[in-house]
Design a protein around this ligand. Structure first.
Ligand code: FMN
Length: 369
């Protein structure tokens, strides 16, 4: 296996990367009161020292009362949290790394208790309804939407000023931006809803435009997307490459430099009836003409849902990944659990020490190393 394809440089808008490997965003819940401390800085520094090309932070809350549901998840606002992030950035840069912040708003949740919000504050979402029609949040007013768009832009501008090397907007995994994409969760009859995915993308477009305007033109703006609808039933947001292209065009025109395709297994063909092998990240690169980031079970034999269910994932070969990168199917690859378990994962790949690559036991979730 010629691993050279992993170790060639890449330019993401104004950011030069030394290789194709990105650390996937992973919520760790080790930031009490939303403030990342020295242990969090050391955790990210280790991955930079291990040679990761770009680190994407765990999701960080934008300045909305119900943006987060976890008091130990970090925020991207408030002096203490920003001071904490500054130390994280300095530690990563000192180790020769690059780091982008992931900006997050959880939107609606099944439970109305909100640990991060002032008591009595409800979660907010496009229509306040679950996929089965229960009231689980407060439907956002136009004023809420405008304030949330501003809060994303403010967090992006803050990230650039602090010294982050880019931002990623969390538009995947059923959180707020993804809830707007969903026909089940977004029943709005104003300009933010509608029958088509293009209509339901208005919120994402507004967020992207505001973020783009708030940061320098060369500052990378990544959008993380899910392929599946946020209804928990495994239905897709788009059913063919034409719909995917139309959606991506809209988001590129609004300012996305890159798409990060959240998937459990990166190698799954997206439209097998059209192409038996081409992955979602491959289709996105082909159709959107911007940077495409693949993710999902790289280097492990079980996916993230198996890990959440308590199974141990064993270290697995990465030949398929390497050959797809060599063929330019997509541009970058994000590694989640393998890097959470082992900061030196990439170095072991580089030195061809596959026998030293570690398994991912569920106990890794509760350890910050
Ligand atoms: C502990 C944990 C926390 C995660 N938190 C986030 C998050 O904050 N934001 C996000 O976009 N994805 C999050 N994810 C998903 C990962 O970014 C990634 O897509 C997923 O783990 C699949 O990659 P892997 O198979 O390499 O682990 C999380 C995953 C794990 C394991």
């Amino acid at each position: 296996m010629n691993i050279q394809s992993l170790f060639t440089g890449y330019r993401l808008n104004g950011l030069q990367l030394p290789n194709r490997v990105v650390m996937a965003p992973m919520t760790r819940s080790f930031s009490p009161g939303g403030v990342p401390g020295d242990d969090v800085a050391a955790y990210y520094r280790r991955r930079a020292a291990g040679g990761v090309g770009l680190i994407i932070t765990e999701g960080t809350g934008i300045a909305r009362p119900a943006a987060l549901d976890d008091p130990n998840a970090p925020r991207m606002h408030g002096q203490l949290a920003l001071d904490g992030w500054k130390k994280v950035i300095e530690a990563v840069h000192a180790a020769g790394g690059r780091i982008a912040s992931q900006l997050w708003h959880v939107g609606q949740k099944a439970s109305r208790a909100n640990a991060d919000a002032p008591s009595g504050t409800d979660y907010e979402s496009p229509s306040g309804l679950s996929a089965t029609g229960e009231v689980v949040a407060r439907p956002m007013t136009k004023a809420d939407i405008l304030a949330t768009v501003d809060a994303f832009a403010e967090a992006a501008s803050t990230s650039e000023k602090l010294g982050f090397d880019g931002v990623e907007l969390h538009g995947a995994n059923g959180y707020l931006i993804d809830q707007f994409f969903s026909p089940e969760l977004n029943k709005r009859t104003d300009a933010y809803g509608g029958e088509s995915l293009v209509e339901r993308s208005r919120f994402a477009v507004d967020v992207l435009r505001a973020v783009r305007a708030a940061v320098s033109p060369r500052f990378p703006v990544i959008l993380r997307l899910s392929f599946m609808r946020a209804n928990g039933q495994g239905t897709r947001l788009v059913s063919n490459p034409e719909e995917l292209e139309q959606w991506l065009r809209l988001l590129v025109d609004a300012g996305a430099d890159a798409f990060h395709l959240a998937q459990a297994k990166f190698e799954e063909p997206a439209f097998p009836a059209v192409d038996a092998k081409l992955t979602l990240a491959g289709w996105v690169k082909r159709l959107a003409g911007v940077t495409s980031i693949a993710v999902g079970s790289v280097g492990l034999d079980k996916d993230v849902y198996d890990s959440f269910a308590g199974e141990t994932a064993k270290a697995a070969p990465i030949d398929d990944l390497v050959s797809r990168l060599a063929a330019d199917e997509f541009d970058l690859v994000a590694i989640g659990r393998a890097l959470l378990q082992d900061p030196m994962w990439l170095e072991k790949v580089r030195l061809d020490q596959s026998e030293r690559r570690e398994d991912f036991p569920p106990s890794a979730f509760s350890r910050l190393y």
